[in-house]
Design a protein around this ligand. Structure first.
Ligand SMILES: NC(=O)c1ccc[n+]([C@@H]2O[C@H](COP(=O)([O-])OP(=O)(O)OC[C@H]3O[C@@H](n4cnc5c(N)ncnc54)[C@H](OP(=O)(O)O)[C@@H]3O)[C@@H](O)[C@H]2O)c1
Length: 225
């Protein structure tokens, strides 16, 4: 993820990158797995560790726990010793539990604001219609980390008035974070799920699949020489 959050141009066979934006691929990972990890996993790391400062014993609600960011966030949060609650459709519950989640909420039938209360951290990759509802699940002093859209930045004032914290975060190029992720993956404590691999010629199809918001894990584009 070189130069993130500037356009990185990584739909390419060759990419120029500052060396300080890179980390070595763990030998045990395939190139497809290694390609699927950086942006989503470093997003999870920066949200949970750098932004929320998640501590052992704290609780975290992770929306879209089966998604690209979400399924890695569940694993990073468990690694940090947290109690993890995820949201997913019932079809993904076994997958999310298998990642280590302690509780999974079927958001299609259950209002997450009644099923999750007094959590320390919320990771929200949904935003939009959720509006301020994720704030209802926080304990006093808890933090909402919004990832979906800068539009969620307006929640900061509302959160402050309620004795809570809310911040919108954009992932940055991060060699230190990448090395942490690589180390977890190398020791099998973090596994990326690859939903689909498509050739670069089908990049448009990959985007259409992503836009359905129904993929579990990551989509990878394969560029052959
Ligand atoms: N701020 C940043 O720097 C940053 C970095 C990376 C990503 N993002 C953003 O984060 C968001 C998530 O990205 P992603 O790649 O993780 O998404 P994704 O993989 O496309 O998410 C798909 C998942 O979302 C779940 N989902 C859809 N609607 C849901 C809902 N209402 N409640 C709970 N789960 C729901 C689906 O699970 P079910 O089938 O179980 O519903 C599916 O597994 C995107 O908006 C992306 O742009 C931001």
């Amino acid at each position: 993820m070189p130069r993130q959050s500037a356009p990185a141009g990584t739909y390419a066979e060759y990419v120029v990158s500052p060396a300080r934006h890179l980390a070595a691929k763990p030998p045990g990972l395939s190139h497809v797995e290694a390609a699927a990890l950086p942006l989503a996993a470093v997003t999870a790391w920066q949200a949970l560790v750098d932004t929320a400062d998640l501590r052992p014993g704290q609780s975290v609600l992770i929306h879209a726990a089966a998604g690209g960011v979400g399924h890695l966030a569940v694993q990073v949060a468990k690694e940090r010793g947290a109690h993890v609650i995820g949201t997913a459709r019932i079809a993904n519950h076994d997958f999310v539990r298998g990642l280590g989640a302690d509780e999974v909420i079927d958001y299609t039938h259950t209002d997450f604001t009644t099923a999750a209360r007094d959590v320390d951290v919320v990771i929200d990759t949904i935003g939009g219609d959720y509006g301020p509802r994720p704030l209802k699940t926080l304990r006093p002093g808890g933090i909402l980390v919004s990832l979906a859209s800068p539009a969620e930045a307006h929640l900061a004032d509302r959160a402050r008035a309620l004795g809570l914290r809310s911040t919108f975060m954009i992932t940055e190029a991060d060699q230190a974070g990448l090395k942490e992720i690589a180390s977890l993956a190398a020791s099998d404590r973090l596994r990326v799920r690859v939903d689909t691999v498509l050739p670069l010629e089908q990049a448009a199809k990959a985007h259409e699949m992503g836009e359905t918001r129904r993929t579990a894990g990551k989509i990878v584009l394969s560029v052959s020489g």
